[in-house]
Design a binder for this molecule. Structure first.
Ligand code: UDP
Length: 202
């Protein structure tokens, strides 16, 4: 909805090398608009796949985002799950705009190839877009609250909710302050249905 209302943000998203359907709403929308996406691919699940792939390789990972201390705890937990993982740096996600060049320098000095950028949407997408050209890393992924889940400061919804397109409901129950953002969901559904009807007419 943010991209729908804000052309600049839509352009920014379209500049990305890879966009994935993090939420079930996008999957439903793709079907209504007759450009079906096969399944949901949540950032957290993609991050786990990347971790599996880079464990036992020389790839170096930087964890960026979350409240102070979260990335450090995430590192400890990830190293238990992936014993040969190369986490070469961490940085919390709270900073002033003028600190941005020094963050990029810190990431570059760490020699990381992959950066998990966990600042929440739309901050992380904007950060990646602004800094990608100056990053030596080949991959920067925006994966929202995943560091909190790796650190154990937030939980992923139980499998039932994830498998039935209901993760949003579980998150609303756990984080009721997200209600403002969740109220965009019915508006998103209505917009998609209206667009779908218009496509049919055209
Ligand atoms: N965050 C951050 N810097 C900020 C704002 C948020 O590092 O300026 C972190 C926050 O601590 C949390 C994550 O970004 O770990 C956002 O999580 P959320 O679950 O809201 O992300 P989303 O739903 O967008 O994936």
């Amino acid at each position: 909805m943010h991209a729908y209302k804000n052309e600049e943000f839509a352009d920014l998203l379209n500049r990305a090398d890879l966009l994935t359907a993090d939420g079930i709403g996008v999957v439903y929308a793709s079907k209504i608009l007759k450009k079906p996406i096969k399944e949901r691919a949540a950032g957290y699940d993609i991050a786990r796949k990347v971790l599996e792939k880079i464990n036992y390789t020389d790839h170096k990972l930087f964890l960026f985002g979350g409240k102070p201390g979260v990335a450090e705890t995430a590192k400890k937990n990830l190293e238990k799950d992936y014993p040969d993982l190369n986490i070469v740096g961490m940085r919390n996600g709270y900073f002033k705009p003028e600190e941005e060049p020094e963050i990029v320098e810190e990431i570059n000095n760490s020699d990381a190839d992959i950066v998990f950028v966990c600042l929440g949407a739309p901050k992380q997408e904007q950060w990646i877009d602004r800094n990608a050209a100056n990053l030596k890393a080949r991959v920067a992924m925006g994966i929202g609250g995943s560091l909190d889940v790796f650190a154990g400061t937030a939980e992923r919804a139980p499998e039932f909710f994830c498998n039935h397109g209901l993760e949003w409901l579980y998150r609303l129950y756990k984080e009721p302050w997200r209600i403002g953002r969740m109220m965009e969901l019915p508006k998103f559904a209505a917009t998609v249905v209206a667009k779908g009807k218009k496509y049919k007419q055209d």
